[in-house]
Design a protein around this ligand. Structure first.
Ligand SMILES: Cc1cc2nc3c(=O)[nH]c(=O)nc-3n(C[C@H](O)[C@H](O)[C@H](O)COP(=O)(O)O)c2cc1C
Ligand SMILES: [Mn+2]
Length: 483
C-alpha cells in the first residue's frame, strides 16, 4: 500500500528505528544544519525537529539519507527491485496471438493505474491564506551555511506548464526567501522550468507564468522533482509508477495548475517574465558555495497547508550528503533504461566525490573499434548526463564499485595522449571551474583494453591469477601449514 502522505512515512521511519525526534529548541539559522551534519557524518537517522526556533511547524530532514531509507521510501527490499519493475515494462513484447494479448492486459491495466488522478479536494487545503496573510516566515526555512545569501526552501516541487504544449513539469529547484511573499526561482539554464520560462517570455516578454510549489508529500511524490526524465514526460506519472498508485492532484486556488492533494504545504503564485533578481550565494552540494547569479522571482499569492504541516527540507554541502542517496537511487533505478538504449553498458557508477556531474564510470562489453568513445558521446547526449565532466570507460570485467580496483586498472590501461579526449558542451550551472557559466570542456578517458583494430599492435598482457589446480592443492594442505 502506497504511503498516504509524508507523516505516514515519518511513522514508518520511526517504527523502523530510522527517525529521531529532537525536542529541544534549535534555530533553523545554521544550528539545524550543524546538528544534521553531525548526525549524517555518523550515518545517523532522519531527524524531526519538533521545535525549530521561531516557528510552530516541525521540520523533517535527512529523511532519505541512506540506502535503507530510500528503499523504505519506495517500499522495496533493494533498489534493484524498482529497476526490475522498469525492465519488466521495457521488455514488453508486442503480442503475437490472442493469448499473448490477454496475458498482457493486467500489465497494461497496471500501467493505466499510474496516471495522476484529479480529485476535488485534499488535506493540503485544510488551511488557506491569501495576499497579505501570506507569510513564508511561518515556516522554519533554513539558512544552511554561514555565507548563504539568506534562507532557502531546499526541497520544493516546482510545478509549471509548458506554454506551448500545456504539459506539466515538476522540478526540484531551491528557492531563496527574499521576504514574506517573495522568493528566488533557481531553475538552472538547461532545466525544464527554465525552458518553460523562456518559451513564455518569447511569446509575451512582459507577461507572467503561473507557478505552484508543493513542499512535502508521500516519499515517491516528494522525490519526483529530482528525476532526470525527458521534457513533457509527467513526473507525477512517474511518481505514480514508483508508489504503485496514482498520485491524487487538486486544483490550485488561484491558477489552473494542479498540486498533489496530500502535500504538506502549497505555495501558489507567479513568475514575472521580465523580472530577475540576484540569487545566492548558497552552500551547495559541490561542497563549495554557488556564487550569486541572476534568476527569476516567485511571487506568492496564496498558501494552503495541512492543519499541522510538517516542513520537509534537506541540507546540501560537502559530499556525501542526503542528496547522494537520492542520486544513487536514481542511478540504480534508471540503469535499465540506459541499458535498453545502450545494451553494451554493463554497469555505471557515480562516486559521491564526483557529485553526480563530475564523474561517471561506465563498464562496457566492448565489441568494435572506438566503442568506448561511442559510449562517451552517447552519455554526453543523454538528458542530464550531458553535464558529466569526466567519463571513464572500462571493460566489463572491472568491478567499478570497487574504487581501488577501478583506479588500478584504469591507470594501467592508459596511454594518456592516445586515450584521453576533450569535447566542449553544456556544463552544470554549479561548475565553478568552467571557463564560462554553463559552458566548458569535458574529458573522456578510454580505459578499455586496446585492440589491433584500434591501431594497438603490441600484445596486451593477461591479468595475474593463480590457476585452480594449484589453489586446490594448497587448500588441501592449508591447515597443516598452520599459517
Ligand atoms: C536537494 C536538491 C536540490 C536541487 N536544487 C536545484 C536547483 O536549485 N536548481 C536546479 O536547476 N536543479 C536543482 N536540483 C536538480 C534538479 O532537481 C534535477 O536536475 C531535476 O531533474 C530537474 O527537473 P527538470 O528536469 O524537470 O527540470 C536539485 C536536486 C536536489 C536533489
Ligand atoms: Mn522535467
Amino acid at each position: 500500500m502506497a504511503y498516504r502522505d509524508l507523516r505516514e512515512f515519518v511513522r514508518k521511519l520511526e517504527k523502523e528505528g530510522e527517525l529521531t525526534r529532537v525536542r529541544t529548541e534549535v534555530d533553523p539559522i545554521l544550528e539545524i544544519t550543524e546538528v544534521t551534519q553531525r548526525v549524517t557524518r555518523a550515518n545517523g537517522p532522519a531527524l524531526l525537529f519538533e521545535r525549530p526556533r521561531g516557528s510552530r511547524v516541525p521540520l523533517l530532514v535527512n529523511a532519505f539519507g541512506s540506502v535503507r531509507r530510500m528503499c523504505l521510501a519506495f517500499e522495496v527490499g533493494a533498489l534493484e527491485e524498482v529497476a526490475g519493475r522498469i525492465r519488466g515494462f521495457l521488455d514488453m513484447q508486442s503480442p503475437a496471438g490472442l493469448l499473448d494479448k490477454i496475458k498482457m492486459l493486467p500489465k497494461l491495466a497496471e500501467l493505466g493505474s499510474f496516471f495522476p488522478k484529479t480529485v476535488k479536494t485534499g488535506d493540503c487545503k485544510e488551511t488557506r491564506r491569501h495576499g497579505d496573510d501570506v507569510n513564508l516566515f511561518d515556516f522554519p526555512i533554513l539558512k544552511c551555511w554561514p555565507q548563504d545569501g539568506g534562507r532557502f526552501i531546499t526541497f520544493p516541487l516546482v510545478f509549471t506548464r509548458n506554454p506551448e504544449t500545456g504539459k506539466r513539469n515538476v522540478g526540484m529547484y531551491r528557492m531563496q526567501v527574499y521576504d514574506e511573499r517573495t522568493t528566488g526561482m533557481h531553475w538552472q539554464t538547461q532545466k525544464h522550468g527554465a525552458e518553460h520560462f523562456r518559451r513564455a517570455r518569447a511569446a509575451n516578454p512582459d507577461g507572467r507564468i503561473p507557478v505552484a510549489v508543493a513542499i512535502g508529500a508521500d516519499p515517491a511524490t516528494a522525490l519526483a522533482g529530482m528525476l532526470p526524465i525527458p521534457p513533457d514526460l509527467d513526473e507525477m506519472m512517474f511518481a505514480g509508477f514508483l508508489r504503485r498508485d496514482a498520485v491524487e492532484m487538486v486544483s490550485c486556488e488561484t491558477n489552473d495548475l494542479e498540486v498533489p492533494a496530500n502535500a504538506e504545504i502549497v505555495l501558489e503564485g507567479y513568475v514575472n517574465l521580465n523580472e530577475m533578481r540576484t540569487e545566492g550565494p548558497f552552500g551547495d552540494h559541490t561542497g563549495f558555495y554557488s556564487l550569486e547569479g541572476e534568476f527569476p522571482v516567485f511571487h506568492v499569492e496564496c498558501v494552503t497547508h495541512k492543519k499541522e504541516p510538517i516542513y520537509l527540507t534537506t541540507v546540501v554541502g560537502p559530499p556525501p550528503q542526503e542528496d547522494f542517496y537520492m542520486g544513487y537511487a536514481v542511478e540504480r533505478v534508471f540503469l535499465p533504461v540506459m541499458k535498453m538504449q545502450y545494451p553494451e553498458i554493463v554497469d555505471v557508477a557515480m562516486p559521491a566525490e564526483g557529485i553526480f556531474h563530475n564523474l561517471m564510470i561506465v563498464a562496457i562489453r566492448k565489441s568494435y573499434p572506438g566503442h568506448a568513445r561511442k559510449i562517451m558521446n552517447a552519455i554526453w547526449s543523454l538528458g542530464q548526463a550531458m553535464f558529466t565532466k569526466v567519463i571513464v570507460v572500462v571493460d566489463h570485467d572491472v568491478d567499478i564499485h570497487n574504487f581501488s580496483e577501478l583506479v588500478w586498472k584504469t591507470l594501467c590501461a592508459l596511454d594518456p595522449e592516445r586515450d584521453v579526449q576533450f569535447v566542449f558542451g553544456p556544463m552544470d550551472s554549479l561548475d565553478h571551474a568552467a571557463r564560462m557559466q554553463d559552458y566548458g570542456s569535458k574529458m573522456g578517458v578510454d580505459a578499455t583494453r586496446k585492440w589491433a583494430s584500434e591501431g594497438f599492435t603490441r600484445p596486451w598482457p593477461d591479468e595475474i591469477r593463480m590457476d585452480e589446480l594449484t589453489k586446490a592443492k594448497i587448500d588441501a594442505i592449508w591447515k597443516t601449514l598452520a599459517l
